[in-house]
Design a protein around this ligand. Structure first.
Ligand code: SF4
Ligand code: ZN
Ligand code: ZN
Length: 309
């Protein structure tokens, strides 16, 4: 198969990537161009950040977050990496992830900020989940990661935090929220969440790009990422929604993108209206971070844990 763009110019370069839902075959050069243009367009369309703002990029060591850091840096944004060392599966997995992030930060010559959970709080994420009797490590982990992103952003003076959530993540989240009619979550699901009550702005520049497109970008740029995902991911319920959507996508290419885009344009404004009237934030009595309760959920979890030890 020949690259569509090369072909239109009368050249005969072979395509290395085929994007099924756009029916687009591209050579390496034109795929990289296309990918970077998509990211730039999303950043601009949703006014995520500009070249005068420092961007804190949350990096796990996986393909999405490292590709995001790479592309934003390439597009000329002032980026800093942020990694939480969580202590997954006896630290083995976490040590490797940290190493991968450090090497990558050296490669692109940008600083990496590291938060070590054990050093700061005294426990790994699995010890925390187990200690408070939670089987679902991922939901505890998600709460801690969101909290730490905010905390580090405030402390280090960042107004923007970027994460590598892709179209597969966003459409699976949308399906899961819709199946349970989580009105509040549906109102908040958007590629950019503005700064609010002390929280940094949250942005998802990869929200319209699929996991496959990101893997291709990472491979073509020789990005060394953690090839095995977090061992706890298999147990996450989001994996079930991803499988269901993958099946629909296989039968009807473009389903995920349509589902998510149409939601943003047509349904989400309705849920958002309800949200604005309900949210009130105050400072956590323990750590001072913004929260809807007197004590934030991370401080509550840590207090429960200490009470049990
Ligand atoms: Fe945390 Fe679960 Fe993600 Fe692993 S898969 S990093 S435990 S949220
Ligand atoms: Zn080409
Ligand atoms: Zn707190």
């Amino acid at each position: 198969m020949l690259c569509r763009i090369c072909k239109s110019k009368g050249e005969r370069k072979k395509a290395v990537v085929y994007i099924r839902h756009h029916r687009l075959a591209l050579c390496k050069e034109h795929f990289l161009e296309w990918f970077e243009r998509q990211v730039q367009r999303t950043v601009k369309k949703f006014k995520m950040f500009n070249k005068n703002e420092k961007v804190l990029v949350a990096v796990s060591g996986g393909k999405d977050s490292l590709s995001l850091w790479y592309v934003l840096n390439k597009l000329g944004y002032e980026t800093y990496g942020f990694h939480v060392s969580l202590g997954i599966k006896g630290w083995e997995y976490s040590k490797k992830s940290l190493e991968v992030c450090k090497k990558f930060s050296e490669r692109i010559n940008r600083p990496l900020i590291v938060f070590d959970l054990k050093k700061e709080f005294g426990y790994s994420i699995e010890e925390i989940a187990k200690g408070v009797g939670r089987k679902d490590v991922c939901s505890v982990c998600g709460t801690f990661k969101r909290y730490l992103m905010n905390r580090v952003a405030i402390k280090e003076g960042f107004k923007v935090v970027a994460t590598g959530h892709n179209l597969d993540d966003e459409s699976a989240l949308l399906l899961s929220n819709t199946m349970r009619w989580e009105v509040g979550y549906l109102g908040r699901q958007y590629p950019v969440l503005p700064e609010f009550g002390g929280f940094a702005r949250k942005v998802k520049p990869f929200c319209f790009l699929t996991e496959k497109e990101i893997v291709s970008y990472a491979i073509l740029n020789e990005i060394k990422y953690m090839e095995t995902g977090c061992p706890n991911a298999k147990e996450a319920t989001s994996a079930v929604y991803k499988r269901a959507l993958a099946m629909l996508e296989h039968e009807m290419p473009g389903t995920k993108l349509r589902f998510y885009k149409e939601f943003l344009e047509r349904a989400r404004p309705i849920f958002e209206r309800e949200l604005k009237e309900n949210l009130e934030l105050n400072e956590c009595e323990v750590c001072g971070m913004p929260t809807t309760a007197p004590v934030c959920s991370v401080c509550r979890t840590l207090e429960r844990l200490k009470g049990r030890c």
